[in-house]
Structures are given as structure tokens and as C-alpha cells.
Design a protein around this ligand. Structure first.
Ligand SMILES: Nc1ncnc2c1ncn2[C@@H]1O[C@H](COP(=O)(O)OP(=O)(O)OP(=O)(O)O)[C@@H](O)[C@H]1O
Ligand SMILES: [Mg+2]
Length: 281
């Protein structure tokens, strides 16, 4: 059953992935400091960020533009090494990129333009050791899940922006990731497509039980998709609040309005700007 907002009823209990010890969190981000070397100078993007993610949770990281959300996601994916602090996945530190943390980016051009939709989803499976027939069967299964079975033989240039993002989601999920990392994947879409894909993502997460870490700067998106919201301040960023929104009703409820108001205050942006960014009202 889905509420008016597209929010799914919250799960009571979740099954932890088998490779993960049930004792600790799936992901631990502890006093992480991140930045970039430019012209022999280290510029800090993320000053001090800490939060945990339990298996099966949907965590939203929200914060103003430039506060280091993408940088944080890249560090969790293993593309950037922390300059300080600790990122631990299922008890393991020093993370190299791997299929246990699949990433969906914001850009529409993350697909291989010379490969069909089916091949885009099957290729990473081949790289990760699946035989051709098994990879294709699995790719088809995830194209079904993302309502793209009819487009399997098309090429990226023949797809809409929303379809491209669904291929990217199918490709990420086909890897059976323990953690699905999404960096503003719907940011460049029109409001209606964005809302549709949010509802679809809720269904897919429910079905696959994947743990979700989703970056956005839209309060509305955070409220539709999240179990908990980690709010980052301006760069170099710190966590300014972690808010649990499980059990929150739809946009028609007082609780929802209050929570939206609280997040607006935390992010200290004016109402018009938030509505423009969120684009869902
Ligand atoms: N490859 C890079 N080299 C140097 N500086 C970088 C690099 N990537 C990002 N930065 C800087 O790090 C800071 C954080 O950038 P980041 O992309 O993580 O922000 P963000 O929160 O994702 O912003 P947005 O919401 O606009 O996507 C910014 O000041 C940015 O200029
Ligand atoms: Mg970003």
C-alpha cells in the first residue's frame, strides 16, 4: 500500500545481508575529513562528518550546493581516500571501489553510448565474473524491475533522460550491491518524471531490500525517500542534524509540514528557493 505522497509503509524489520555481521552498522562514517589537492594546496570539502547506516535503511544526505555531498559519496564508493577519520563497510576499512557499493550518478551520460540498454546492464556483470548467458538473463530481470524490458535493444541516444537514469539504476542493482549509492540521480529531470521515479525507486528498494544512501538537495525528495536524513552544513561541511522520519505521514499531514519546516530552518534557505529546488509542490 502506498500513501498519497508515494511514501511506502515503513518496514518493521529487515534482513541483514549475509556477509554483514549483525552486530555493527553496515556503514560507519566516523569523523571523516575530505578534500582535494590543487596547486600543492589541500582544500577541505568535508570537515568532520559522522553517521552510521544500518542494513536495509534508506539514508538521505542533504545539504547546500558545494557542501561536499558528492565528495562524501565518492569516498564511500572508494574513489577518494579520507584525509582523516574512518569509513567502514561491514567492518572493513580502506575501501577500494567494488560492486558491493554500486553508484548511480546525476549525469545522463553515465551509460556506454555504443552499447544497447541490455548490454549496458549486462557488461558490468561480465566484468564481475558472470558468464554471458547468466549476465544477459540477470540484465533482463533488472530491466523488467525498472520497467525497461521494452527498451532492451535501444541505444542510450534513443532514450529519454528518465529512461537513462532507470538503466543506470538497473545496472547498479543487477550487481546485487550491499549499498546503493545515488548522487542526485533525478536532479536533472522534470518535476513529473522526478516524482514518478521517486515512487518507482521506493518500490524497487522495497522489493530488493537494498540499503540506500541517497544524496539530494531537495527537502521534498528527502522526505519521500528517506528513513533518516543526515543534514550537512555549508562547506567545509559538518553534520548539523540527523533526523529520523520513519512513520511520518504524507504531505497532507501536520507532521510532514512541521518536518519540512524544520529541515528548511536547518538548511536556512528561503521558502521559494526550496520549492524551486524541490519542484514537487
Ligand atoms: N575534483 C575536484 N578537485 C578539486 N576540488 C573539487 C573537486 N571536486 C569537488 N571539488 C570541490 O569540493 C567542494 C565540494 O564539492 P562537491 O561536488 O562534493 O559538492 P556537492 O555538495 O556535491 O555540490 P552539488 O550539490 O552542487 O552537487 C566544492 O568546493 C568543489 O569545488
Ligand atoms: Mg554533488
Amino acid at each position: 500500500m502506498r500513501t498519497l505522497s508515494g511514501r511506502m509503509p515503513r518496514r518493521q524489520a529487515r534482513v541483514a545481508p549475509s556477509e554483514h555481521e549483525p552486530s555493527g552498522p553496515l556503514l560507519r562514517v566516523e569523523h571523516v575529513r575530505l578534500g582535494y589537492w590543487t596547486a600543492r594546496q589541500f582544500t577541505v570539502a568535508v570537515e568532520d562528518v559522522s553517521f552510521d547506516v544500518e542494513a536495509g535503511e534508506r539514508i538521505i544526505v542533504i545539504g547546500p550546493s558545494g557542501c561536499g555531498k558528492s565528495t562524501l559519496l565518492k569516498a564511500i564508493a572508494g574513489f577518494i581516500e579520507p584525509a582523516g577519520g574512518l569509513i567502514q563497510m561491514a567492518g572493513r576499512t580502506s575501501l577500494a571501489p567494488g560492486p558491493d557499493r554500486a553508484v548511480v550518478f546525476q549525469e545522463f551520460d553515465q551509460l556506454f553510448p555504443w552499447r544497447s540498454v541490455l548490454s549496458n546492464v549486462a557488461y558490468p556483470l561480465r566484468v564481475n565474473g558472470h558468464r554471458r548467458r547468466a549476465a544477459i538473463a540477470k540484465a533482463r530481470q533488472y530491466l523488467e524491475l525498472t520497467n525497461l524490458a521494452h527498451a532492451a535493444d535501444r541505444y542510450p541516444h534513443q532514450l529519454s533522460g528518465g529512461m537513462k537514469q532507470r538503466v543506470a539504476i538497473a545496472r547498479a542493482l543487477a550487481l546485487d550491491p550491499t549499498l546503493l549509492l545515488m548522487d542526485e540521480p533525478f536532479g536533472s529531470l522534470d518535476a513529473i518524471t522526478r516524482q514518478r521515479l521517486q515512487t518507482e525507486l521506493n518500490r524497487i528498494v522495497e522489493q530488493t531490500r537494498v540499503t540506500l544512501l541517497f544524496v539530494t538537495h531537495s527537502i521534498e525528495e528527502a522526505l519521500v525517500l528517506g528513513d533518516r536524513i543526515v543534514v550537512l552544513g555549508d562547506a567545509p561541511s559538518r553534520v548539523i542534524a540527523t533526523v529520523d522520519i520513519r512513520g511520518l505521514g504524507g504531505p497532507e499531514t501536520v507532521e510532514y509540514s512541521q518536518m519540512r519546516g524544520r529541515l528548511r530552518e536547518l538548511l536556512a534557505v528561503d521558502k521559494e528557493e526550496v520549492e524551486e529546488i524541490g519542484g514537487l509542490e
